[in-house]
Design a protein around this ligand. Structure first.
Ligand code: TYD
Length: 207
């Protein structure tokens, strides 16, 4: 089973994913956690280009191709092999991040992006996607408080982040069988129990 985590910046994915992984491992699942962009040696190199503050000249199309390059490598090298041996993969961001950020955020044509995503992933789709939803102001504030480096991507304006969030909510509403929306403005433990409940309901019985 392939489970992805999506959400605006500062929605708390990087806190929640390891907690869920620990819980699922205790239940006997063979869990692999990974994140995008990155997850492979090549992907981490691409990530460094994307996050470099000096790369202010980067065009939206360049950015898309870099995210997709990292993803193609990630799917082939890490995600598919683990799924093929019967494991469970938890991934912090995946294709829906490209649709939300580059599509809804930077307003690149969604139809073209979907085609490019199919090319990059070989058609791999998550079985379940958790949207950790938080309003834009809360998300960006959390981010700053956490002392996270204010990277190049974060420097875009509020309006951009609002479109991203709206995009996520729209995608979740359009495909309710795959998406679960979790209110991530609540305390960590409360959000974690909501995630566990949603995932447990979707999982096969552990071996
Ligand atoms: P990261 O520091 O990993 O942030 P987070 O902890 O919020 O996931 O940076 C990832 C940034 O890249 C984030 O702002 C979302 C953006 N992004 C895209 O714009 N498109 C994509 O396809 C992906 C995977 C990420």
């Amino acid at each position: 089973m392939f489970i992805t985590f999506e959400g605006p910046d500062g929605s708390g994915k990087s806190t929640q994913v390891p907690l869920l992984a620990e819980y699922l491992r205790q239940q006997g699942f063979d869990v692999l956690t990974t994140r995008e962009p990155g997850g492979t040696r090549i992907g981490d190199q691409v990530r460094a280009i994307l996050m470099d503050m000096e790369n202010t000249a980067m065009r939206p199309n360049t950015e898309i191709l870099l995210f997709l390059a990292a993803r193609a490598q990630h799917v082939a090298e890490i995600i598919r092999p683990h799924l093929e041996k019967g494991g469970l993969v938890l991934c912090d961001r995946f294709g829906d991040s490209t649709l939300a950020y580059q599509g809804y955020g930077h307003q690149v044509d969604l139809g073209i992006l979907r085609q490019m995503l199919r090319f990059a992933t070989g058609g791999l789709q998550p079985d379940l996607t958790l949207l950790l939803d938080v309003d834009v102001e809360t998300g960006l504030q959390r981010r700053r408080r956490g002392g996270d480096e204010w990277n190049r991507l974060d420097a875009s304006e509020l309006a951009f982040h609002r479109r991203v969030r709206e995009g996520y909510l729209e995608m979740a509403a359009a495909e309710p069988q795959r998406w679960r929306v979790v209110d991530a403005s609540r305390p960590v433990e409360v959000v974690q129990s909501a995630i566990r409940a949603a995932v447990s309901a979707a999982l096969p019985a552990p071996r």
